[in-house]
Design a protein around this ligand. Sequence first.
Ligand code: KMH
Ligand code: ZN
Length: 310
Amino acid sequence: MSKILITCAVTGSIHTPSMSPYLPFRPDDIARQAVDAAEAGASILHLHARDPETGQPSADIANFMAYLPSIRDATDAVLNISTGGSAVMTLDERLAAPQQVAPEMCSLNMGTMNFALYPAAERISDWKYPWEKPFLEGSDDLVFKNTPRDIARILTELGAERGARFEFECYDIGHLYMLRHFADRGLIEPPFFIQFVFGVLGGMGADPENLSHMKRMADKLFGDDYMFSVLAAGRQQMPFAAMASAMGGHVRVGLEDSLMIERGQLASSNAEQVLKIRRIVEDLGRSVATPDEARQMLGLKGADRVGMQC
Ligand code: KMH
Ligand code: ZN
């Protein structure tokens, strides 16, 4: 089996500060946790920005630039900037920072869907910031818009024009067919790095049968032209990462996807989750890819071609 890529999704736009004191949202905290995660074994850092005062998901370039240079200066991990941002943002807002930074990698969500966070609001009684409750509750009537036109725009503006390659986020079988469609249109080139996403309410649930079926269908649609990684949001994060590792896939962990290190216990950092999955995958006989091995495996343009101005 090839070396395993560990992606760490450091903060995201799902969780809110009331859920965990360890969720980083100030630039120094995002940078420190990202660098620690890279030192722990993450070759790819999947990144969003937040408002430094309130932790609210932010599309503001200044909030990205407040932490990105520190990460770049401290580690050679691959920077992967989200184009999903948050479902409450417009596509123009979501693309502003990745367009400016021109990173080696970007996420690309392969379908329009529900992205329901509201059940989490019921578990919180003590809110730290006023934006959190309406943000979570409003997700019962929110569309995470990723139409074929949106996808084509991201492929053109980030891929063709800026040289990024993609973490194709697939939350359902239909998203694999959408990816195939873009391959058939000649807008993407192998190897495709497909992130199978489980446990988001609106996408497929974290059931091992869904993982087997995603793998089976991806094999059929993409043959040797793809590699898969797995993220399961919530409690199934580590079990699904372990399954992916045993199946020859890659893994994604991080506080974007789960705040826990084990049942009933908050993770104290992103690095803690990276170290845990690293132990598991090494025990299963896999070895962890370095950032340069990740670049080779994914066909990335190289850190020296990231356009970050700072
Ligand atoms: N939060 C994950 C379930 C993105 O940033 O483009 C999906 C995600 C989306 O990572
Ligand atoms: Zn993300």
